[in-house]
Each structure stands twice: as C-alpha cells, then as structure tokens.
Design a protein around this ligand. Structure first.
Ligand code: KIV
Ligand code: ZN
Length: 391
C-alpha cells in the first residue's frame, strides 16, 4: 500500500548552523547541500541571505548545484529581507521564501512591542511581497507553540489568503508536550479556512527533549512537512533530528507515513556534518551515535549473537552501518568472546573457551575495552592444551 509522504525540510545549514562554533564556509555548505539533495531531502533551507554577504553567497551557490530539492531562504517579515532572499534564490530550480513573525503574547508584547492587528498586517504584507517573487511561500508563526490557538488560526487564515503555500508552526522554545503540539495541528486543520490547500509544517526545538516526539505527533495529526537537522543540531538544545523522524516512519509502517529519504545515507551524512562542524555526535545518539548498534552486556550480546532482532529494532544496514558491534568488556560473557575470537581467526572449543575466558576477565577488569589486538594476546597467554584452530 502506498504510504502518504511527509516532506523532509532540512535546516542543518540554517537553524543547525546557528550553533555557536559550528559556522561553515561556502565550500563546506555546498558539499553538505549536494549530499542532502542526493539523500532525498525535499527542501533544503540554505540560509538566511540578508544576515551576511557570506550567507547570501552560500544560498546563491547552493541554488546552482541542487538538482532535485526545493531551495529555501529564511527572512523576517521585512521587505528588504525578502528582496535579498529573492535575489539569492534567483538560480534555484525550485525556490521558496520562508518568511514570518512572532505570534505569541511574549513575542508581540516584549520582542515586537506591538499589537495582534499589526502582526497580522505585517504577516500578510510579507507573504504577499514574497509571492511577488516566487510561487512557493512558507510562513512561520514564531513561537506558535506558546501562541493561543484561536489567534494562531486567525493568522494562518490571513496568510493563506495572501498566498502562503506552507504554514510552519514552530515550537520555537521547545515547550510543548506531544499531545499539546499534536492537538494544535489538529485544531488548525479543523478551524482554518483554506487549510486544505496548504501544507502544515512542524518545526520543533528540543529544550525538553521532545522535538522528535512533537514532530511525530504533528504528522499524526495532519502535518505533512517536518523541519529537522542532521544529528538534531540547532539553537540551544537543537532541533528535531532528521534521522530520527525518518526511521520512526520506516519502522512504524502502520502510521502509513513515509519519506523520500534514502536511509542508507544517514550514517555517512551524520559523519559529514559532524566533521564539517567539528561537533561530536554523542555516542548514545539514536540512529547515528557510535553506540547505537553496539552491545556490551553479556545478556544482550548473547541474545544478539543468537538473533540480532532480540535487542535491535532496526537493521544497521538500513541506516548505512555495516554491522552491529559486540564490545568486549568485563561485563561480556563467553558467547561474545567466542564470537569476537572467531572474527579474528580462532575457533575455540568449549574447554578452550573456558580457559581463555578466565584470562579475558583478568584483562578486562584492568582495561575498559578489549580490542582485537588484545584477543590474540589473551589467547596466547591462556596456556591452551591441544590444538588451537586458527581459521
Ligand atoms: O525556531 C523557530 O521559530 C525558527 C523560525 C525562524 C522558523 O527557527
Ligand atoms: Zn528554529
């Protein structure tokens, strides 16, 4: 059965690049953009063109090399921002302007010092002005997560009339719970005139560790675009991680949702972004962390060696990892030791394994992790009687 597609909007090069110390030059951005395009991302947010001449150049150069994806430039609801973004997007095969303004009481009163009426007027102007340059205009209601739903619906209705094609509902501060965020999307689907003609988009931040859960709740309730970054990088605690949402849809087919991403590219993509930005991926990061497919306790290792699915809910090959790893530590059992010994060339009998295991535990209690070179040393030191089969 054909599953409905959720568009993947990658903002690694915009929201992701806002991370302190992670600035990329144009050349690095081009490499990443090309790879994102190849991986099947639907929309690449290439930057915020008015923010600096360097960002303008990057967006403009990215437009020239991207073959399939829509290329998007961010703006505030400001005429000059939109003019500059339109110029930067000139060479894109499929250009999109992403414009917007804060809609929560906090933004209206404290950041913008204005009124709800003025917000609607500025939003409508920005969308109409962007529409004079490009057909595809995305509107973001900044801090939508903390915006009262009735006012949010009113803003959405007005910008649809002005020509918005995509409505981005950001949980800018990462405050929402999944039920709340999902209910917000449902409310907009049910209460905004013209909503059937636009795509609703989730843009969730991870301040409470809810970014992925909120985005999935949004999609379950009708959003058909998710804004995300590789490795979940982004402002403060980051954004929704691309690899997580993509694999959630893949591993839960009953949701009836899917993406265009070639998941086998995920691991390499993660490394490329991490190395380009000099930002390490936490080892326990879902999908792409170094430990995501590593098993170290004896009970788990025994289960995985007998059948990988005992402790793995996805095939590492599906995300571009060649195989699960069995890490040898003092918590490992005989099954793991025999498995790793076999990999480095020894077929141990049961009696031999018992002897080697005693030596192994002494060694592992001193060393945190036993690597392949250590296995040879341990086996040679184990005073095994009889023939040792080396394969
Ligand atoms: O988090 C946010 O609200 C944003 C917008 C600019 C889309 O990044
Ligand atoms: Zn953001």
């Amino acid at each position: 059965m054909n599953r409905e597609k959720v568009q993947i909007f990658d903002t690694t090069l915009r929201d992701g690049e806002q991370v302190p110390g992670c600035k990329l030059d144009t050349k690095q951005k081009l490499v990443i953009a090309e790879r994102l395009d190849k991986m099947g991302v639907d929309i690449i947010e290439a930057g915020f063109p008015v923010s600096s001449p360097g960002d303008f150049l990057s967006v403009s150069e990215i437009c020239k090399i991207v073959e399939n994806a829509t290329v998007c430039g961010l703006t505030r609801a400001v005429k000059n921002d939109i003019d500059v973004a339109a110029a930067a997007l000139k060479h894109a095969k499929k250009p999109r302007i992403h414009t917007g303004i804060g809609t929560s009481e906090s933004h209206i009163l404290h950041k913008l010092n204005t009124t709800r009426e003025d917000i609607i007027a500025r939003a409508k102007f920005a969308v109409a002005h962007a529409k004079s340059y490009v057909e595809d205009v995305e509107f973001y209601a900044e801090d939508a997560g903390r915006t009262d739903n009735a006012f949010l619906a009113k803003v959405c209705e007005e910008v649809i009339k002005s020509g918005a094609t995509v409505l981005n509902i950001p949980d800018t501060t990462g405050y929402c719970l999944p039920e709340e965020y999902g209910a917000k999307i449902k409310y907009l689907k049910e209460n905004v005139k013209g909503i059937e003609n636009v795509i609703l988009s989730c843009h969730c931040h991870n301040d409470l560790g809810m970014a992925t859960a909120n985005s999935i709740a949004g999609a379950i309730n009708g959003a058909r675009q998710i804004e995300c970054t590789i490795n979940g990088i982004g402002e403060r605690a980051g954004n929704t991680a691309l690899e997580e949402v993509v694999m959630i849809f893949k591993q839960h087919p009953y949701l009836n949702l899917d993406t265009n991403i070639n998941t086998r590219e995920l691991n390499e993509m993660s490394r490329l972004v991490s190395e380009s930005m000099g930002m390490i991926v936490q080892p326990n990061k879902a999908i792409v962390g170094a430990n995501a497919f590593a098993h170290s306790s004896g009970i788990h290792q025994d289960g995985v060696i007998k059948n990988r699915a005992t402790y793995e809910i996805m095939d590492p090959l599906d995300v571009g990892v060649n195989e699960s790893s069995i890490i040898l530590t003092a918590r490992s059992g005989r099954a793991a030791l025999a498995y790793r010994a076999k990999k480095v060339g020894y077929e141990l009998t049961k009696v031999q394994l018992d002897l080697v295991y005693i030596e192994f535990l002494k060694f592992a209690d001193i060393k945190k992790e036993v690597i392949d070179a250590d296995i040879h040393q341990i086996i040679e030191a184990s005073k095994i009687q009889g023939e040792l089969i080396r394969n």
